[in-house]
Design a protein around this ligand. Structure first.
Ligand SMILES: [Zn+2]
Length: 96
């Protein structure tokens, strides 16, 4: 077992850090949920953070699929234009 001390990519503390074998999906949802920064993906994290992140994944296991199904850019339904202003055509002419 190697004891490598380096800065945790998540909390920044110098600690025993290792690259964790989260799946690509796991990293992705952690980013989507704002649990980690994008830059943290695939970087070594300390035991504490690893435990935390793992718990999050376990806690929200049923949300993972949903999160992965979300497109990066949320499309808004086009039928949302309720307040359409009618073209102001009527000009009132004053006879004068
Ligand atoms: Zn950490």
């Amino acid at each position: 077992m190697q004891n490598i001390y380096e800065n945790c990519a998540h909390c920044g503390e110098e600690s025993k850090c290792r690259r964790r074998d989260f799946s690509e999906q796991a990293w992705t949802v952690l980013v989507v949920w704002n649990e980690i920064q994008t830059a943290t993906v695939d970087r070594p994290v300390c035991d504490d953070c690893y435990g935390e992140l793992r718990e999050v994944l376990i806690d929200r296991a049923d949300e993972i699929e949903v999160a992965l199904r979300q497109p990066q850019q949320v499309k808004k339904p086009a039928a949302q234009a309720k307040k359409q202003q009618p073209a102001a055509k009527s000009k009132v002419r004053k006879a004068g």
